[in-house]
Design a protein around this ligand. Structure first.
Ligand code: SF4
Length: 245
């Protein structure tokens, strides 16, 4: 078996309060969010293709320095078999396992949940389920799948997580993108879709250092805007923990 692996680097995950996390970037993504800050791993480039044994060797090499591994990307759930294989391996060598996902592949997430592999999951909610805004924030519509179908897959993931809310830590994340996804009214609509789930909702600061669409590098969050949003949303959704990322 082979895997498109775009990199393996240590990161700090403030949300999990762990300082020893290894991020494995699985290449390829079905979305093309204009503000994406990992544009280099959105395609299945030949240079990323390695044998799964080599991927495991690299993980083993880092073993001992980390207690947690997070599969990110790109979109890790696109490489379902490789993701399952590597996740099982990480679990077997004693690492906690998590994924960062756009949520559009519920069948892959279900496979991980069925094997009890996941300790945590972070699902990016790019916008509320409204065609126009979802398309603008994700550029996900393609020849094979229309926006409605993609949104339904993400909804299915949310339903799946509701059923598993006692078995793993659930994080939802929304990036506050200036002029695109930064209105309180839009965020309230997103909040309504997850308010009944035991989770943490992270309002992620927009990072203009590197973006897929270069125009976005000229934007930045207005000073104090996210803090104000958090305050208002915390009053609106009193049962939900809302953090700033
Ligand atoms: S931000 Fe969007 S384009 Fe980038 S990896 Fe995540 S889902 Fe894919």
């Amino acid at each position: 078996m082979q895997v498109y692996m775009g990199g393996i680097v240590p990161i700090s995950l403030a949300s999990l309060k762990t300082s020893t996390c290894l991020a494995i970037f699985l290449a390829g993504c079905d979305f093309k969010c204009p503000y994406c800050n990992t544009p280099e791993v959105l395609d299945f480039k030949a240079e990323y293709l390695i044998d799964i044994l080599e991927a495991k060797r690299r993980i083993n090499e880092a073993q001992g320095s980390y207690d947690t591994v997070i599969f990110t990307g790109g979109e890790p759930t696109l490489q379902r078999q490789a993701l399952l294989n590597l996740s099982r391996h990480c679990k077997q060598i004693g690492l906690k396992v998590g994924i960062q996902t756009n949520g559009a592949r519920p069948t892959s997430i279900l496979s991980l949940l069925r094997e009890n592999i996941l300790d945590f999951i972070e699902v990016d909610l790019k916008s509320q389920f409204e065609n126009n805004l979802f398309e603008k924030t994700t550029h996900s519509k393609n020849f094979f799948k229309q926006t409605d179908g993609i949104m339904n897959e993400v909804k299915e993931t949310i339903t799946l997580l509701k059923k598993n809310e006692n078995n793993l830590k659930i994080f939802f994340k929304t990036t506050i993108v200036p002029g695109l996804m930064d209105k309180e009214s839009d965020l309230i609509e997103i909040g309504k879709t997850i308010e009944n789930i035991k989770c943490v909702w992270i309002l992620q600061k927009f990072n203009p250092e590197k973006t897929l669409d270069k125009k976005y590098m000229e934007l930045k969050n207005e000073e104090g805007h996210i803090e104000r949003l958090r305050e208002k949303l915390s009053k609106r959704f009193q049962n939900m923990q809302i953090d700033i990322g």
